[in-house]
Structure formats: C-alpha cells, structure tokens
Design a protein. Structure first.
Length: 275
C-alpha cells in the first residue's frame, strides 16, 4: 500500500504527543513549570503602533501624533529545579521607536535605553488537582525612570503573580492571573483572564482580557489600560513552537498615545534534559 506525502504529513500532524508548554504568548503565564533539570528558551519580537487624529500628546517632552515601537528579544530562560518549581532569567529588552511630531510629516528615530530591564524569578506550583492548578511567580526586576538620560535612576521592583488554570476537558480551559508589584514611586496591580481551545494536537487558540493599573504617589497620574488579545500557538515539534498575538487597548486613562495595535511573534525551544 502506498502513501502520498500529503497523507503522511496529515497523519504526523494529528499524531498525539506531549506538546511543549510555554508562558507565551498570553499576558497570563502558564501554571506549569519546565521539567526538572531542563532548560527552556522563549523569545520574540513585538510591534506597537500608537496614533491619534485628535490632539497630539506629550511623551518624553515631545508632542507626538504617531509612535511605532519595535521591541526584542522579549526573552526568558526557564530552568526546572524540581518537578514543581523553576528559576527564570529575563533578558534585557531593546526598543527602537519611530515617531512623528505634531505638524511634522518627517519620521524620527530613537532607542529606549530605559527599557532594558533584567529580571530574576521563581515559579512554583502551589496546588495541582485533576482540573485545577494554582501557581505563584515572584520576579525581581531592574527599572529605570522614563526621564532624560542624565536624570534616570536604576531601581529594583518586586512583582508577584498568582496564576490559576481550570481545565474543562482535554481541549479547552480557562486561566488567569492576579499580579501586584512595587516600583519607584508607583504600584502595579494587574489582572487577566483567558479562554482557550485546542484545534488539534499542534494548534492552540485563545482570547484574553487584560487590566493593567499603575498607581503613582501623585494620584493625578494613575494609569489604567484595558486590553483584548487574540493569540495562537503552533507546535513545530515536541520541543519547538511558534506563536502569534494581536492585541488592542479598548480603554485607557493614560496621558499618552493609546496603544492602538500590538503584534507579537514568538518562538520557544525546550532543550534536552541532562542525563
């Protein structure tokens, strides 16, 4: 009996196997940890466009009407230390911005050095039942003020996330996170919830609602973002996956350009466990 190449590929794509589990691509991290003595890499690139046709806004002392930002590598290395805990290292990010000033059609460029944060974290599972899992993630990050370079100060912030997941069945789930952290002159309280479904053994789709809230010592500058994200992840192999996320801010109280559209592309790889 002969098999055509197309039929063989279809059978392979439907083959049942343990798919790589990642924190990407959602705002909500996974409740799972990487296997013990195993290293996993996750990274990607983000593109955000912010624009206004009304009144230009002030950002970093500039009167802007359009701002595009490219961010990479959005990378984190995760290493399993036990069957229920992992340590994490977040790689500093680099951002390149292209912007247009009010009453000026010329594009200008800038790099955001203050965005180069480094993070060290620990995630462990608190509870793992048949359908429900609860995990805790603590991350210590460096931070820089969004001021001119001569005035920027390097500080540290501790961020905490309580992550939960409820599995309806093998193909669908609900998940969410509740996070809080303290930085210089500000406190962050974030919450998110998502619902996802497995299309087949390789493709996963999900929709997520996110609320980000930043409370500054001066209450006049409290900021809220409410975002909707649609994302998908496709497993190339048992140890490799790619993902795509498209999101938009539906409401914001920030005195900056609204984040009209965000697109993220990502990749994850699980390295072989040590013998």
């Amino acid at each position: 009996m002969r098999f055509s190449p197309i039929l063989v590929l279809c059978l392979l794509s439907l083959a049942s196997y343990a798919q790589i589990d990642t924190d990407r691509p959602a705002f909500t991290n996974s409740v799972n940890v990487v296997p013990k003595s195993t290293l996993q890499f996750e990274g990607g690139m983000g593109y955000t466009v912010q624009a206004t046709n009304v009144v230009p806004v002030i950002n970093n002392g500039r009167s802007l009407k359009r701002l595009e930002t490219y961010t990479l590598p959005q990378a984190v290395f995760r290493y399993g230390i036990t069957s229920r805990a992992e340590v994490r290292f977040e790689v500093p990010q680099f951002s390149l911005s292209r912007y247009k000033l009010a009453n000026d059609s010329q594009s200008r460029y800038a790099t955001d050095l203050w965005n180069r944060q480094v993070g060290m974290g620990l995630k462990f599972q608190i509870l793992d039942k048949d359908k429900f899992t609860l995990s805790y993630l603590a991350t210590l990050r460096t931070e820089r003020d969004n001021f001119p370079e001569s005035e920027r100060e390097l500080t540290f912030g501790l961020f905490n996330d309580l992550i939960w997941e409820y599995r309806f069945n093998e193909k669908s789930k609900m998940a969410g996170t509740l996070g809080f952290g303290n930085g210089k002159d500000a406190y962050a309280v974030n919450a998110a919830a998502l619902i996802g479904t497995k299309i087949n053994n390789r493709l996963w789709l999900q929709a997520e609602a996110v609320s980000e809230n930043y409370f500054y010592e001066n209450s006049r500058y409290n900021v809220n973002y409410y975002t909707l994200n649609l994302s998908s992840q496709y497993a190339l192999t048992q140890r490799d996956a790619i993902d795509l996320t498209v999101g938009s801010v539906v409401h914001s109280t920030a005195f900056i350009l609204p984040r009209n559209l965000t697109i993220q592309l990502g990749y994850a790889h699980l390295f072989n466990a040590k013998k």
